[in-house]
Design a protein around this ligand. Structure first.
Ligand SMILES: NC(=O)c1ccc[n+]([C@@H]2O[C@H](COP(=O)([O-])OP(=O)(O)OC[C@H]3O[C@@H](n4cnc5c(N)ncnc54)[C@H](O)[C@@H]3O)[C@@H](O)[C@H]2O)c1
Length: 366
């Protein structure tokens, strides 16, 4: 026990452990990939795949100009389609990356699974937990892999934290607190203005997902959440939100201060029985990680950034899982745990009551 009025001693500086936090690439498996949906996020997918040498042979969008533009810029050899079923009919395509919006994505993902393709789905994976479970069951029956593009898992700081935790470097995690102080007012006047729970749902999804990685094996019992509009905010949806998650032997919180004009900051701390690991910086791209153990404190030099590592990591993990014939770390099934916290948080913010994750099966209050 430490008296809080006594200044803590300066920890010894030790060298940071080398951890496998960088995206993986399969050893020999280089399948043909088809991308369905060539909108705003698609260039980030394709840039990452080009960097890693993955083979994209089909680009599909109902607006052919979008697919044409990406073909010219990233994969000139790829064929352009406006009907995704044509992509699914190609026997030489083994992996399909679906980057459309969630409403129409369910039909696309299930058709792709039926056609025997492995699938990487953009997030949010599902708007209904039962539908998400059905897709996972279908993939298992058809013996294909279904993964979710939850790219935040490979953001360098998050990836280092989760690897350190998985290796037991901080012992058993007992608390995780994540705080995002950033400015989301850029969404004012865009389609995002129509999403009531923009922060708890659309933005928050990466954070519930990473929480599951930071507290592995722990089942959340209850979620408490609230939202409110910030004085002076320009966007329509409430930009202030907070979420508390209760576990049997741990606790977690996420603070979303989405109208921070000055002094932006993103910080994360995970406290364990034998150590603590934290990360802090002015945004998600510039982060300093520090691991604190009884031997001292260490800060690793991290490579890469949120989007590059994220998109390389999500597809790389799916390809490695196919090659190694195992469940992808970013599987649909695993992703449903984060979605259950998300749906519970939205419901709690609506009702001002604690909500058990899993009890709210679908989002209705969007
Ligand atoms: N992982 C991340 O960090 C991240 C970031 C941004 C967006 N996203 C997600 O990616 C998804 C897409 O977002 P976006 O910003 O690219 O949206 P967008 O609206 O820019 O793009 C969607 C594309 O899908 C196409 N499309 C619609 N119907 C189609 C059909 N039947 N067949 C083929 N193409 C069709 C549209 O023409 C459009 O080009 C969303 O679910 C979003 O939440 C994820």
């Amino acid at each position: 026990m430490t008296d809080r009025t006594v200044r803590a001693p300066e920890p010894a500086r030790i060298s940071a452990p080398t951890l496998p936090y960088l995206p993986r690439t399969p050893k020999t498996y280089h399948p043909n990939i088809g991308l369905i949906g060539c909108g705003g996020i698609a260039p980030y997918h394709l840039r990452a795949y080009k960097t890693r040498g993955y083979k994209v042979v089909a680009l599909c969008d109902i607006d052919p100009a979008r697919a044409d533009g990406l073909q010219a810029q990233y994969f000139p050899e790829a064929k352009v389609y406006t009907d995704y079923q044509e992509v699914l009919r190609r026997p030489d395509i083994e992996v399909v990356d679906v980057a459309t919006h969630p409403g129409i994505r369910v039909e696309m993902v299930s058709s792709a699974i039926e056609a025997g393709k492995h699938v990487l789905s953009q997030k949010p994976f599902a708007m209904d937990l039962d539908v998400g479970e059905k897709l996972c069951d279908m993939a298992e029956r058809r013996e294909v892999k279904l993964a979710v593009n939850q790219n935040g898992r490979w953001a360098p700081h998050f990836a280092y934290l989760r690897e350190a935790i998985a290796l037991g470097l901080i012992g058993k995690p007992i608390a995780a607190h994540l705080a995002c102080h950033w400015d989301h007012n850029w969404t004012a006047g865009t389609a995002f203005d129509a999403i009531k729970h923009l922060i708890l749902f659309d933005f928050g999804i990466h954070w519930y997902d990473i929480l599951g990685c930071f507290l592995p094996g722990l089942a959340p019992a209850r979620v408490y959440a609230s939202t409110t509009s910030a004085a002076g905010q320009k966007a329509k949806p409430s930009l202030l939100a907070q979420v508390a998650v209760e576990y049997d032997s741990a606790q977690a919180s996420i603070a979303f201060d989405g109208s921070t004009r000055f002094g932006r900051r993103d910080s994360t701390i995970v406290v364990g029985t034998d150590g603590t690991i934290d990360s802090d910086g002015p945004d998600l791209h510039r982060q300093t990680v520090t691991l604190h153990t009884p031997q001292g404190s260490a800060s690793p030099e991290l490579e890469g950034e949120w989007f590059t590592n994220g998109f390389e990591g999500a597809m790389g993990e799916l390809l490695c899982a196919i090659e190694e014939n195992r469940e992808p770390f970013n599987s649909g099934r695993d992703n449903l745990k984060g979605l259950a916290i998300c749906f519970a948080a939205v419901e709690s913010a609506e009702t001002h009551q604690p909500v058990a994750p899993g009890s709210v099966r679908r989002l209705t209050a969007l």
